[in-house]
Design a protein around this ligand. Structure first.
Ligand code: PRP
Ligand code: URA
Length: 209
């Protein structure tokens, strides 16, 4: 699939197996979402441009490489995307953070916007949109659409679990966006939940059910 990267690193897959387990506690679930996001971030930033710099060590001059190119932003889709932010910021401390609040209408499964606050210079940044679940794709398509309305041109989507329906929706609406996932599951059920998935990511992160 063009623009789709499934990260099959053993550490990611091991943590994902625990994350899916219905007996995993809220505390452990929250920690695992963060850890997986950190590992995924490591892979999803692999192609960022770097430039050569000279650094004076206590011994001599070393030719090193540092990030160049666009600055980064991380945009979690509320609520569940929040669980992915801290471990990413730990790796990219200069990243700015925007928030897009969406929830799925329980009847229509369509995304409803309730919050949007983005860094002023978001249009000039490379943006990582993060959300654990890519189900119908409605939330991802809407979130990426808001960012494009704000002038963003370089957008990467990071989801822990996706499914063919969600991937197709994003690819059709936003063919320029690369998608990084830890797993692509089989399908959606009649309530638009991913099968086998992990249940409701927001509820499991925040302990609301
Ligand atoms: C979940 C999830 C995604 C969305 C995915 O959020 O975190 O944002 O559903 O579904 P979709 O691909 O069909 O749009 P939810 O709407 O449950 O809100 P929450 O994070 O506040 O619980
Ligand atoms: N949102 C979730 O949290 N889980 C799903 O399986 C689908 C949407």
């Amino acid at each position: 699939m063009a623009n789709v990267h499934v990260l099959d690193h053993p550490l990611i897959q091991h943590k994902l197996a625990i994350l899916r387990n219905k007996n995993t506690s809220v505390k452990e679930f929250r920690e695992l979402v963060g850890e997986i996001a950190g590992l995924m971030c490591y892979e999803a930033t692999r192609n960022l441009p770097t430039k050569e710099v000279e650094v004076q060590t206590p011994i001599a001059t070393a030719k090193c490489r540092m990030l160049s190119g666009k600055k980064l932003a991380i945009v979690p889709v509320l609520r569940a995307g929040l669980g992915m932010v801290d471990n990413m910021v730990a790796l990219i401390p200069s990243a700015k953070i925007g928030h897009i609040g969406l929830y799925r209408d329980p009847e229509t499964h369509k995304p409803v916007e309730y919050y949007c606050k983005l860094p002023e210079d978001i249009a000039n940044r490379m943006v990582y949109v993060v959300d654990p679940m890519l189900a119908t794709g409605g939330s991802a398509v809407a979130a990426i659409g808001f960012l494009k309305q704000h002038g963003c041109k370089n957008i990467i989507m990071m989801n822990i679990i996706g499914c063919p329906e969600g991937i197709k929706a994003v690819q059709e609406a936003h063919p320029d966006v690369e998608i990084f996932l830890a797993a692509v599951d089989e399908k959606l059920n009649e309530n638009a939940y991913i099968v086998p998935g992990l249940g409701d990511a927001g509820d499991r992160i925040f302990g609301t059910k």
